[in-house]
Design a protein around this ligand. Structure first.
Ligand code: C5P
Length: 286
């Protein structure tokens, strides 16, 4: 069984405050993109995990943790050989590890014919990381809470992007810690105006409006931690992007392009200076 594990970008990300549990309450419009890792699952007597990047081949990998979380719920033992082919860079704000974990949950549920209900998969996913539940469904959703409460958004707008990253990554907890967000006295549930503006821009299928509606409260802290992001942003604008934004907690930046040719040309232009660049469309329907 071969399944893709797509990356995500955050088209909007508003941080509403710091919660008593230490996480930040947020609202974010999340969107899957064509960039993806690949999971391959075959028969085996025990759980065997291999990865194209040997440094990631450990019990700590979210794929292994996802598989073990499922196994702990079963009465009879199961085995599988899981190979993860990495394409999505780590510490990039593209949700690579989270997507791999969600793909493993979905794939093993099918491979072992378990028929675990979606609710249970969501609970396991949320225990693995704030972004993991999004990858069980997608391709577009508003995430709330710490990222695990999801409202699916249906649209058929295609948008072409370029994604690029400096060599250094950014650890998510460090970026959040720089925010100094105010303590949140109570949960907030009203839709943020920035989310509404982005949804209108997507509905109008207008890349110019989508570029104008980009917002990410983690961008300031990320720029102060990693100044290489400033020249990256400049080069992306020079390469034809209508708007550029940090994805999640970085260090990848996404650029909205007017069309597919601009996205392809921008990716080639940026590749000389930035080792990871990707150009292509987001995923409109699954
Ligand atoms: O849930 P996940 O493991 O992805 O979170 C990694 C870290 O990012 C957390 O330990 C926390 O420091 C920060 N975080 C946060 N608020 C969120 C999501 C993540 O403070 N909503």
């Amino acid at each position: 069984m071969i399944i893709p594990a797509p990356a995500k970008i955050n088209l909007t990300l508003r941080i509403l405050g710091k919660r008593p549990d230490g996480f930040h309450e947020l609202e974010s419009l999340m969107q899957m993109v064509g960039l993806a890792d690949t999971l391959t699952i075959d028969d085996a007597d025990t759980l065997i995990f291999t990865c194209s990047e040997p440094a990631l081949e450990s019990e700590k990998n979210l794929v292994v943790r996802a598989a073990r979380a499922i196994l702990s719920r079963l009465e009879s033992p199961q085995g599988a050989r899981i190979h993860l082919e990495k394409t999505i860079p780590a510490q990039a704000g593209l949700g690579g590890g989270s997507s791999d974990a969600a793909a493993a949950l979905l794939a093993l549920n099918e491979f072992w014919e378990l028929r675990l209900p979606q609710d249970e998969l969501i609970n396991i996913a949320a225990s693995l990381g704030s972004d993991v539940p999004f990858f069980l469904d997608g391709p577009t959703a508003i995430a709330r809470g710490r990222g695990e409460r999801l409202e699916s958004i249906f649209h058929n707008t295609i948008c072409h992007l370029v994604i690029a990253k400096p060599t250094a990554g950014l650890p998510t907890p460090e970026v959040y810690a720089r925010l100094n967000a105010p303590k949140l006295p109570h949960p907030l549930s009203e839709e943020q105006p920035e989310t509404a503006a982005m949804l209108r821009a997507i509905a109008k299928k207008d890349p110019e409006l989508i570029a104008q509606a980009l917002v990410n409260d983690l961008e300031g802290p990320a720029l102060s931690l990693l100044p290489e992001l400033f020249p990256l942003r400049e080069k992306m604008i020079e390469a034809g992007c209508l708007g550029v934004l940090l994805s999640g907690s970085g260090s990848a930046m996404l650029g909205i392009c007017p069309d597919d040719k601009t996205a392809a040309r921008a990716a080639i232009a940026l590749r000389n200076d930035f080792p990871f660049t990707w150009g292509g469309p987001w995923i409109a329907t699954r």
